[in-house]
Ligand binder design. Sequence first.
Ligand code: IMP
Length: 416
Amino acid sequence: MVVGAQWGDEGKGKIVDVLAEGADLVVRYQGGANAGHTVVKGDEEFILHQIPSGILHPGTRCVIGNGVVLDPETLLSEMDDLERRGVTVAGRLIVSLRAHLVLPYHKLLDQAAEREQRIGTTGRGIGPAYEDKYGRRGIRVADLRDLSRTLERIGERVERANRLLSLMGSSLRASVEEHCDLLRRLAPRLMPMAADTSRITYDALREGKKVLLEGAQGALLDVDHGTYPFVTSSNTTAGGAAVGAGIGPTAIDAVLGVVKAYTTRVGNGPLPTEADPQEAARLRELGEEYGATTGRPRRCGWFDAVVVRYAARVNGLTDLAVTKLDVLDTIERIPVCVAYRIGDEIVEDMPADSALLDSAEPVYEELDGWCRPTGDARRLADLPPQARAYLDRIQDLVQVPIRYVSVGSRRSQIIG
Ligand code: IMP
């Protein structure tokens, strides 16, 4: 399993792409088109929102599991785009019959809720779609089998959404007609790809095939374990994978946590190690830190060992992948947060209360930078001693072995 161990955007897309080489099946199990997994193949860049990153390896089958909220329009346009660019998707992508659909009215509700809550969501309808799921009124892929029955139900859902929009003081309105047209158009394309993906994954595991679970977002955006309420609406941590893929936890034998060599966050909420505006701007430019889904500038700061230690605990991380080490190549002294000062106390554990976290001041240790390019390193021994010391310190603080180090966006730019 590959999970994000910060606030998302850790570079999971690249790591999954590298690992997918040896995988028979790549399964996405939570989140939806809020994700933006960037993969660079040769000179081409692919940004995948809905389709698992494994799709770029011709021998790998990909699954969108039951825990994903599926945006059918994004899915189909992503499929068409991949096919246009020479990537065969047909026959290689399987969608769970149990996955819930994200419909246009969910996006309107997301936009309207943002006006009050100001979470800084991606606007992709994720929260409202999960609300419908847990409120037991969602529309699932399986519902497209009996399209006429679903078309009868959709009117009631859209009208309910319109009542909510009006209560929220929004002038946005969803159209029943638009939803019916959409479902009529989607059903014939989606149904041939739909199956019981839990069964497919189970069978693959029993046959000894390699299955890779691809997480989206990161531990601190988990609805239970993240910086609530500034989180996404799914379980991004490892436990979510068993539920969202429909497999038992005993099937999972390794959990790789992906972290950036520094920290970023998109959207609102606490970010204790956020750098001052000038340093943040420097990291943003060096790391090209703009959201892959929304284009928003990411907030940037230093590596936070409290965050990653916590992520290691709640995920049961067995290994770490550190990405974007090369972004720090020109920084002379690199702060690393080892604990927080909250009031008079030094705290080494993540507080549950976002307000407390807001008041946390990072306790920094400063490490020497290496001031040399690292993009060509292919073995740890190729790295400057200061870069190795930086990685060693991260490993010590987090108490999880570093298995991979990424030093650039290309597939080949990896140590491990
Ligand atoms: P939502 O998932 O669109 O509801 O957004 C909730 C929060 O999660 C916001 O702060 C988003 O910026 C953040 N978020 C959602 N998906 C991603 C992602 O893939 N990368 C980084 N942040 C994300």
